[in-house]
Design a protein around this ligand. Sequence first.
Ligand SMILES: NC(=O)c1ccc[n+]([C@@H]2O[C@H](COP(=O)([O-])OP(=O)(O)OC[C@H]3O[C@@H](n4cnc5c(N)ncnc54)[C@H](O)[C@@H]3O)[C@@H](O)[C@H]2O)c1
Length: 366
Amino acid sequence: MKIGIAREIKPQEGRVALLPRHVRELVDRGHQVFVEHNAGTLSLADDAEYIEAGATISDTAEELYRNAQLIVKVKEILEPEFVYLRSEHIIFTNIHAALDKKQLDVLLASKCLAISAENTHQFGSPNCTLAGEVGALEAIRMTLAQNGGTGRHFMAHFGEAAAKAVVMGLGNVGRGALRTLVPLGIEVVALDIWEGARKSVMMDYHGSKVIVEDIARLEDYVYDADMIINCVLWPKEREDHLIRREMLGRLKKNACIVDISCDTGGAVETSRATSWEDPVYTVDGIRHFCVDNIPGSVPVTASAGYGEALLPKIIEIAEKGAVQAIRDNIWLARGLTCIDGELILQEAGIYQKRDYTPLEQWLGRH
Ligand SMILES: NC(=O)c1ccc[n+]([C@@H]2O[C@H](COP(=O)([O-])OP(=O)(O)OC[C@H]3O[C@@H](n4cnc5c(N)ncnc54)[C@H](O)[C@@H]3O)[C@@H](O)[C@H]2O)c1
């Protein structure tokens, strides 16, 4: 198959979908790989290394999309890329279709086959862990006085307690956040709705000062926190919130919210996605950090993890064809977003109130 690796154009996004070592494996298997000029530069993989691995460099995005059938990316398809989409394309990237009606309209109109990579990870995306680790670091930076924070140190000293963090959601992202916070000495309250996640954190941090509770106890802790870190996977169709706007006025003065999930109107009512160029905004005196591509800030590490996770699925698609690969691999099927103008991804159908074909029904036909 002809596989294309596009250069990311989102601001401050340094990741690339596959590194040269991943490309070599595809080339060794007989596939033709095209890499857009400078796609790997910020991940410390230059064009010469891709050529060495057997790839052909495409000078422009237009050329890449013209040369390749399977287009692999990290972030969603952005407006300047819309014009390149054709019905022959298989698009495999983090689409986040439910929240992006414009992109979904274009994918459907192009009649391409699109797979949302974020839904295909059986063991969680390795980049989610990085998002939690880096996001927590941002929360710590935001507690520093010169950044408008509460000014409480992240370690206990001179009789003063360490800064307090409330972490909501203890999945891949939440546990990443704990990995940054706990060793530094921050007092952490870790909350989740699911007992399994809570038990697993209790085991990991047995003997440490982490308090693990049901999310129902949120209001017992949140008003005393210096930083609140949201890592909940919020169902798109839910209309309620864990942190409602009226609660902001009751939070500790100069506390901050780092919303790693960053769903507009999600678990935090006042959240909307931001970028690394302008990461923080303030509502009712509370600073919100809601960058939606946090791992893009550690591209060297993140690209390695992303490539490892995607490579087996790319091989499956390239060797069987996309439809057969989707039939054979339920994790790929979970990411099927649209094909030939037909919407399959249930969460996008429900959230955008548009017609969709349930996955089981589509699989029954193919
Ligand atoms: N900003 C970024 O750069 C970035 C990067 C990666 C992931 N994310 C986002 O982070 C979020 C979390 O991802 P993840 O991989 O950790 O998901 P996950 O499924 O591993 O974990 C989500 C956790 O949320 C818990 N949860 C669900 N509903 C809850 C509720 N009502 N109250 C409390 N807990 C609840 C679940 O039990 C689970 O433990 C996702 O929305 C993902 O898109 C953002």
